[in-house]
Design a binder for this molecule. Structure first.
Ligand code: ATP
Length: 708
């Protein structure tokens, strides 16, 4: 008996999943037999003529598996084909170690040739202006160069790209969309290229490179069962895999546009860290911005690693983490937590009662949470001294005195009601954790003396993984930093500042979180089409974006290999007409997952009512997620769509006055105005990048200044 490993190559699943059910069942049996003993005579395992590394084995009477030998007992399943097709096309199978990435690639010319129509004479081929050498240097698969030279239409290109090795497809689509070879090299090829010398015959070395995208030996079955939905669990993009598996000497940050797999990478990272936890080490904390995102992470982590992993991971939204720390230290009395909407309402009421009109509730909330709490101003004197970085117009001493007075009244008001805001919990938790960190440090300095009380000093977690990092506040970061000692793989931070919608600006470096030299970026969107992505990026205008650390970030190289219809922009004269338009559009789509995002809360129920009258079942999305997940249509304010994903989206009410909302401080506080404009753009950007296939953007009255 000789056991073997069997992995499935990325893209091979596409054809395999189209096979009849019975054949897929037979593949299931085949892989077990093969792993147990590849010499089992029933498998008729044999090398194919003319191919030193390609083997065939019997799946059932009519179908054969094509297997690439990677050395030793390691095999890669590259295709399953009708028996006759294998023998008739022996010269149409090619494989190589890509000389740029060092990854194993297989090309099935039978399938790919079918996508390119042979024409006697016709329009100039799409890639005529690039030489074979140029394409090769960009990482295009050598065996496809001949066929690529014949492509004349976009359809042919899309056909080829869907079966070609991943990098080949990405490079060709980027060149086709107008990027220069230099840009493609910089943004697409270099991030997955290797610097080491590549031995074109060493398949064992190639097998373990990130560029060889296969399932694990154990995960082949996953993909047969889950199809497209399971792909993220087993086929990581080489850039994603590098980020997941690398060991970092300290905190690291991964950025990237919407849908590039930051959350997927964070989940794989959690699994990677758990697999390496030593005996007796603390758990991993996986945290994100709000409760419904935490619930989603939990569900996806179970899908990735099974429910057993929950023994080693706590999944909590960041405010819950703060709440738990405060509760454990018995430090908050019996305060209950109020959410951000209630906290804002308390400000509105207080300002009204005080007859204060110099500042609005939004301003006061931000000033209090970002400056007073965020910078831990314990006294009036602290607040007089503090620098209000990034807060807009400077304010006089007199103003500061009045603001401090209002803040004190606000705190008393909350105290009287027995409540605390999320920011108060976070700030208290940060202080508690910082005290604990100080104790820990002094304990470690005197370790020999206090051995018996060591357990108390141990950090809560071995590693912390953070998603949606762009919306965390200064207090959140202080708390997280203090929760774990500085060291290798301490904090893994995923986020995209283009999607910042809560106005929390931080500089991680100044908070003791040094990510310099340990940042990476994802650029390939797996969610949205090229068309949606292009339109969404244009919504961002020419604003500048930070990298959470006083540097700048951009979306250079952000792209998609998916294609679909252009977003439609639909004007209406009134909100009433727009509501009718929404109903018509939903009926026309008739199925799939649909969502409707609107700028105001009152509009949510109006849409819900109008759909109800047309007998369309819908549900609104609350801070805990959709009220009725199974409802075919979900409706929410744009904020609610953070981190979610739908097949089709309508973004309604994108009119001046609503997006952005009217702001009366453009002259009096231009910096604040700019910040709010950027936030409004980000919000529209987040909403419009939730759709996989199509989006409709509509408005009534004057269209938003953000729209083209
Ligand atoms: N390697 C992959 N293979 C297949 N699908 C993937 C892969 N990576 C991500 N996806 C899919 O792309 C979609 C977006 O992934 P994810 O939610 O991780 O993106 P994100 O960068 O966190 O997005 P956002 O910033 O918009 O929240 C998901 O449906 C996910 O399953």
């Amino acid at each position: 008996m000789s056991g073997a490993t069997l992995r499935l190559l990325d893209k091979a699943d596409k054809e395999i999943l189209k096979l009849p059910r019975a054949v897929k069942g037979a593949i299931y049996d085949f892989q077990h037999k093969f792993r147990q003993d590849l010499n089992n005579p029933g498998l008729r395992f044999k090398r194919l003529e003319g191919h030193p590394r390609l083997y065939s084995a019997r799946v059932n009477l009519d179908y054969r598996a094509l297997l690439l030998h990677a050395g030793g007992n390691d095999y890669i399943l590259v295709a399953v084909k009708a028996r006759q097709e294998v023998y008739d096309n022996l010269d149409k199978f090619a494989y190589q170690i890509n000389p740029v990435t060092g990854g194993i690639e297989f090309v099935d010319l039978v399938t790919i040739e079918a996508t390119v129509v042979e024409k006697p004479a016709g329009p100039e081929p799409l890639f005529a202006k690039f030489s074979a050498e140029q394409l090769r240097d960009l990482g295009v698969a050598e065996p496809l160069l001949g066929l690529i030279a014949k492509i004349t239409t976009e359809d042919e290109l899309l056909g080829l790209a869907s079966y070609a090795p991943q990098l080949t497809g990405e490079v060709l689509l980027a060149l086709y969309s107008g990027k220069t070879p230099e840009e493609v090299l910089d943004q697409i090829t270099t991030p997955v290229a290797v610097t080491e010398e590549i031995d074109a015959e060493d398949y064992q070395a190639a097998l373990v490179r990130p560029a060889t995208v296969t399932t694990d030996d154990a995960d082949l079955q996953e993909i047969l069962e889950q199809g497209d939905f399971g792909r993220w669990r087993v086929f990581l993009h080489p850039t994603q895999r590098k980020i997941v598996e690398r060991s970092y000497s300290g905190p690291t940050r991964v950025s990237g546009g919407p849908g590039t797999g930051k959350t997927i990478v964070a989940l794989h990272r959690v699994k990677h860290l758990v697999d390496r936890l030593g005996p007796g080490s603390g758990k991993v904390l996986l945290t994100t911005f709000n409760t419904n995102l935490a619930a989603d992470l939990r569900q996806r982590l179970i899908a990735l690693a099974g429910a057993e992993i929950l023994q080693y991971v706590d999944i909590l939204n960041v405010d819950k983490v703060a709440g738990a720390i405060v509760a454990q230290a018995n430090s908050g009395g019996h305060r209950t937590r109020i959410d951000d909407t209630k906290a804002l309402k308390e400000w509105e009421e207080l300002l009204l009662e005080e007859g204060e009109s110099r500042w609005d509730a939004d301003f006061m909330r931000a000033e209090w949470s970002q400056v007073i709490l965020g910078q831990a101003c314990a006294t009036r004197a602290d607040y007089f001294r503090v620098r209000r970085v990034g807060r807009g117009r400077s304010i006089s001493r007199e103003d500061r005195a009045a603001i401090w007075r209002l803040a004190e009244r606000y705190v008393l008001r909350l105290d009287a009601k027995g409540v605390w805001t999320n920011q108060q919990f976070a700030e208290r938790a940060a202080r508690l954790e910082m005290e604990k960190a100080r104790d820990r440090a002094s304990y470690e300095a005197n370790a020999g003396l206090q051995r018996e009380s060591g357990i108390w000093h141990r950090p809560r977690y071995s590693h912390i993984v953070i998603d949606e990092a762009q919306d965390l506040s200064v207090a959140h970061w202080k708390m997280l930093r203090a929760m774990i000692p500085e060291g290798p793989n301490d904090l893994f931070i995923a986020g995209d500042t283009h999607q910042r919608i809560y106005g929390n600006y931080v500089s991680l470096g100044s908070l003791g979180i040094n990510i310099r030299g340990r940042s990476s970026k994802l650029t390939l969107s797996y969610r949205t089409t090229h068309e949606i992505l292009g339109a969404a990026v244009r919504l961002l205008g020419h604003e500048e974006w930070d990298d959470l650390d006083e540097g700048s970030d951009d979306l250079a190289g952000y792209r998609s290999v998916l294609r679909g219809p252009e977003p439609s922009l639909v004007p209406y004269s009134t909100w009433d007409a727009e509501l009718d338009g929404i109903v018509r559009q939903v009926k026309e789509w008739d199925g799939g997952s649909i969502a409707i995002a609107v700028p105001r809360r009152s509009m949510v129920s109006e849409v819900e009512n109008r759909l109800g009258k047309a007998e369309i079942v819908s549900c609104s999305i609350t801070s805990d997620g959709p009220r009725l997940v199974e409802a075919p249509v979900h409706i929410g304010t744009m904020h609610r769509f953070k981190g979610l994903e739908y097949q089709r989206m309508i973004i309604a009410g994108v009119a001046e006055g609503l997006v952005p909302r009217n702001m009366d401080f453009e002259q009096s506080d231009p910096l604040r105005f700019r910040r709010e404009m950027r936030r409004a753009r980000s919000l529209l950007f987040v909403a419009s990048t939730r759709a996989r296939d199509s989006i409709v953007i509509s408005w009534h009255g004057r269209k938003s200044r953000f729209l083209p």
